[in-house]
Design a protein around this ligand. Structure first.
Ligand SMILES: *[C@@H]1O[C@H](CO)[C@@H](O)[C@H](O)[C@H]1NC(C)=O
Ligand SMILES: *[C@@H]1O[C@H](CO)[C@@H](O)[C@H](O)[C@H]1NC(C)=O
Ligand SMILES: *[C@@H]1O[C@H](CO)[C@@H](O)[C@H](O)[C@H]1NC(C)=O
Length: 410
């Protein structure tokens, strides 16, 4: 079985961040009020804290501005709006079956399968308790397929690979106002109770190339094209970085791009290996430390941070002066008061520079600042996750195998 690791691994990283923050929040609380008699679950605490922070960050957001702006989208394209959770997870809502059952799926360009939790996964299986699940009996357009489905995600954690299993089903999937007929997807009935299922996802929507789809199932975007719903083989991604935001977290544009969301022109680079959205990056440079020369990089929405090859992380951590360089969980903290002094990191794609400022690559939650760089065992790719994709608007052409990048407007 193919072991795919990138996205879940990073969700795990995110949950480790939550744990670190929760620990600090608990410590602070203890100092303030002594021992808590009836503590809420630790994760709830920190989620509430983060929510408050995000709401604070959102105070200046003028939602009407985004809604009334002139339509600069390519004609014939449609927008799936995204929900942003803590700037580290981006979801969209798909409607399964008839009448549509709305399920929240994490968007992921690093995989190519669509799966959702199944109503056949009983509440007694921990990860399925109190979740929104797809119920095929309640859909008039459902067709049984029942082929077994297994997917495994490697992880840094002691638990080793995380295996999910279930079976294939077919139904209509409503996506951004398009109605995809006969989409095959997986219903998950068995999953370990690992950290990622404590996340808010009901499923995952893979936007990678069909060549990496488990069981060779045709991914939704390919069906959108095959059914003539979009007339261009392109989708594009715009991520807001304003923190948790259920309605204005970003846009996944199907069938084209929106020139109102980026500045200047797009830089195009060919896909070097069509599986992930992989390309050859010219160079990457942090304060004179060049750690990439024509290296292989992937764009991966579904991964929160930037994952660098293991051997370069130590030097990056030194340059950033991380506070806990020996952390084994891959979450490195920086001194919040030093952010202003940290250098830009400059990626060069084709001949154009794509810098990130420290305010782009450090995640700040209250008084805790998390470095946007990490590594994973055995990984040699440069994985550009949401830290990068928040700063740069990206387009993905699945037929011409072309990636486009330009500075995102925020
Ligand atoms: C995000 O927040 C910034 C500053 O708070 C604000 O200027 C900007 O308009 C917001 N963007 C969106 C799209 O909500
Ligand atoms: C795509 O289709 C839409 C709707 O049919 C049409 O308005 C638009 O001009 C088409 N665009 C292209 C590039 O063919
Ligand atoms: C699924 O839907 C059917 C038909 O509406 C309903 O009878 C059944 O209780 C539902 N199952 C679950 C687990 O919700």
């Amino acid at each position: 079985m193919r072991v795919r690791w990138n996205h879940f691994k990073l969700l795990l990283f995110w949950l480790t961040v939550l744990a670190v923050l929760a620990f600090e929040a608990e410590a602070r609380k203890r100092v303030r009020i002594g021992l808590h008699k009836n503590p809420e679950p630790i994760e709830e605490n920190i989620k509430n804290e983060l929510k408050t922070l995000s709401i604070k960050h959102n105070l200046n957001v003028d939602d009407t501005k985004a809604k009334t702006k002139t339509d600069t989208k390519v004609p014939g394209s449609k927008v799936a709006t995204l929900e942003n959770l803590y700037n580290t997870e981006y979801y969209t809502t798909l409607g399964f079956g008839n009448p549509p059952q709305d399920l929240k799926v994490l968007i992921d360009t690093g995989s190519a399968n669509l799966w959702v939790l199944s109503s056949k996964c009983p509440d007694s299986v921990a990860p399925c308790a109190n979740r929104i699940k797809y119920n095929s009996s309640a859909s008039t357009t459902y067709r049984a397929i029942n082929t077994a489905f297994n997917i495994a995600y490697g992880s840094n954690s002691e638990e080793g690979p995380i295996a999910l299993s279930g079976f294939q089903s077919q139904d209509t999937v409503n996506f951004a106002g398009y109605s995809i007929k006969n989409q095959i997807f997986a219903e998950i009935t068995n999953a370990p109770e690992t950290a990622f299922l404590k996340s808010q996802l009901d499923g995952i929507l893979g936007l990678g190339f069909a060549s990496i789809a488990i069981n060779s199932i045709t991914p939704p975007f390919y069906n959108l094209m095959a059914q003539g719903l979009v007339n261009r083989s392109v989708f594009s991604i715009y991520l807001n970085r304003n923190g948790t935001n259920a309605i204005n977290g970003g846009e996944l544009i199907l069938g084209g791009s929106d020139s109102g969301l980026y500045s200047g022109c797009l830089t195009y680079v060919p896909v070097s290996s069509a599986g992930y959205w992989q390309f050859t990056m010219t160079s990457a440079n942090l304060n004179g430390f060049q750690f990439c020369e024509n290296c292989e990089a992937i764009l991966d929405v579904g991964t929160s941070l930037i994952v660098v090859p293991e051997q370069v992380l130590d030097t990056i951590n030194q340059i950033l002066g991380v506070l806990n360089p020996t952390a084994s969980n891959g979450v490195f903290l920086v001194d919040c008061s030093s952010i202003g002094d940290l250098p830009d990191i400059v990626f060069t794609v084709a001949r154009r520079k794509f810098p990130l400022k420290s305010s782009d690559y450090v995640l700040r939650y209250g008084n805790t600042c998390v470095s946007g760089f990490t590594s994973m065992n055995g990984n040699s790719l440069l994985i550009l996750g949401e830290i990068f994709l928040g700063a740069y608007y990206t387009t993905y052409d699945i037929v011409y195998k072309l990636i486009g990048l330009a500075p995102a407007i925020h």
